[in-house]
Design a protein around this ligand. Structure first.
Ligand code: ZN
Length: 511
């Protein structure tokens, strides 16, 4: 290993340390920061963003990368060093395309925009959020222009590429539109020809503290390490891999529909288990790659595949409830007395068009994403003005889901992403579902008794498979390449459709 390579890694480590401080501030803002702290937090975020930007764009980093590219560090293209230098190059090229004033303004506006969004959402008042959103869209567009559209692509692609390296609008459209069509047909088939499962069991009222206790129990059982993580409550559940040995999850509770919080927790735990098993030196991995691309997650699509797998493929299975229900009955009180695993399995597997993405079922969820993809693409492409967003949103909900949006709180103000300047992020949710389904088929081929293991509460073999085949590699492979290696085929929609049709048709009594 050369000195230049070591210096490059050392600089990566310094930069990642600042990233972890930024992540901690973001977590704090969403959990415990009093509203009065928001102006100061915006200043802190902007100041830190400026320092991080200076560090990431330091010409010395560029020199080190260039030296590594020519001094033989990359001579074995499959080596960890080659992967690191390749990905350091990608990060450096992206960072140096953005001017510092844009980076600091984005950080500051995002922090203030989030506070504006919170109150606008609470009051269901789009007009108070509108000036912030106009500003944020302007900044997102400027950011996309700095990155530049890829050859033959469009401006929105430049934003997609930040979250899902190499993704393009054209590819996503060609995957999502037919998927949306087939899922729309499935929803119609289930609701027109089938018998919806009984969901009465979900109306049981269970106090938040009991749900929290049960959530922690499930986290521990599936392999989220609570000594290196915690679970808090927020409006919008998330996972923040703050630093080695420190992964934070959040969820939210209401007395009815305890499975909403449970699945929110399992979802974020899927992200958390990924973070905890990246080889970034926290006692789980073979190497301390903190600050190197090999210690980081591949893409948001792959990240989401991990959360969706634990939430839907494990959590919404019959086997899961065979294991979980007796524990739930013990910990959640009398409300679940007499309930059978089969009843719960059926109740949590409905396909019913609804208004809120994060509470959507496994089928219609993808339609919520298709709507956001089309909206963002039009906004960044200049085909949709911010003032017209509520009307366009409501129209698409009618078109794709057949529902009337009663107010903006349950419409275009429901998601946090735009208020934080994150445009181009949503498509990764649907990509995650596609990756999860495809990986799930391969995992079941390799662990033939997986279902039986889950029914006994043995989650270790699944967790180990994911750690060994995905988490431990960090960014060694790009998402598409990893998918090809693990499943033998490029990403496609068929596994997800097979999974959903195969599960829901029998539940709805359709042969
Ligand atoms: Zn997620």
């Amino acid at each position: 290993m050369t000195d230049t390579y070591q210096e490059l890694c050392e600089r990566g480590r310094q930069s990642a340390t600042l990233d972890s401080i930024s992540a901690l501030m973001g977590w704090d803002q969403e959990t415990y920061m009093p509203a009065g702290g928001s102006a100061a937090r915006a200043e802190q975020a902007a100041a830190l963003a400026a320092i991080r930007h200076d560090m990431k764009t330091d010409p010395r980093v560029g020199e080190l990368i260039e030296a590594c590219e020519s001094n033989g560090t990359m001579s074995d293209p499959d080596s960890p060093e080659a992967a690191n230098v390749r990905e350091f190059r990608r990060d450096y090229d992206l960072a140096t395309k953005l001017p510092k004033d844009l980076v600091t303004e984005l950080a500051k506006t995002a922090a203030l925009g989030q506070e504006a969004w919170k109150s606008a959402r609470a009051d269901s008042d789009f007009d108070t959020f509108r000036p912030w959103l106009e500003k944020l869209v302007g900044l997102a567009r400027r950011k996309a222009e700095c990155y530049g559209a890829p050859k033959g692509g469009e401006l929105y692609d430049a934003l997609l590429n930040v979250y899902e390296p190499g993704a393009t609008s054209a590819e996503i459209e060609s995957a999502f539109v037919p998927l949306g069509k087939r899922l729309g047909d499935l929803v119609a088939e289930l609701n027109e020809s089938g018998t919806p499962p009984e969901t009465e069991v979900l109306n049981a009222e269970i106090p938040a503290d009991r749900q929290h206790e049960f959530g922690l129990f499930v986290l521990d059982a599936i392999g989220f390490d609570l000594r290196s993580g915690r679970l808090d409550v927020t409006t919008h559940p998330f996972c923040e891999g703050v630093a080695p040995g420190d992964t934070r999850l959040t969820t939210r509770y209401r007395d009815e529909h305890f499975t909403d919080a449970l699945y929110g927790t399992m979802h974020e735990a899927g992200h958390g288990i990924y973070e905890q098993n990246l080889p970034k030196g926290q006692g789980h991995g073979p190497a301390d790659c903190f600050g190197q691309p090999l210690g980081e997650s591949i893409s948001l699509g792959i990240h989401e595949s991990q959360s969706r797998m634990w939430e839907n493929f494990v959590g919404r299975s019959r086997a899961f409830w065979e294991w979980a229900l007796p524990h739930a009955q013990k910990m959640l009180g009398d409300a679940l007395a007499g309930v059978t695993p089969e009843q719960l399995y059926r109740a949590v597997n409905t396909a019913r068009p609804s208004l809120i993405r994060v509470e959507a079922d496994e089928v219609t969820y993808n339609l919520h994403i298709l709507i956001r993809f089309e909206m963002e693409r039009a906004i960044i492409g200049g085909d949709l003005e911010v003032g017209d967003i509520p009307a366009a949103w409501n129209e698409k909900y009618k078109h794709y889901l057949g529902v009337d949006v009663p107010d903006d709180r349950r419409g275009c103000l429901q998601d946090i992403h735009w208020s934080g300047g994150m445009m181009g992020y949503f498509p990764t949710y649907c990509l995650g579902n596609l990756y999860a389904a495809q990986l799930w088929e391969s995992i079941n081929e390799q662990i033939p008794d997986l279902d039986a293991q889950i029914s006994r509460g043995e989650f270790g073999p699944l967790k180990d498979w994911l750690a060994r085949n995905i988490h431990q590699h960090g960014r060694r492979y790009r998402a598409g390449e990893l998918c090809q290696r693990l499943t033998g085929t490029p990403l496609g929609a068929d596994p997800l459709l097979r999974h959903l049709e195969g599960k829901l048709r029998p539940i709805y009594g359709i042969a």
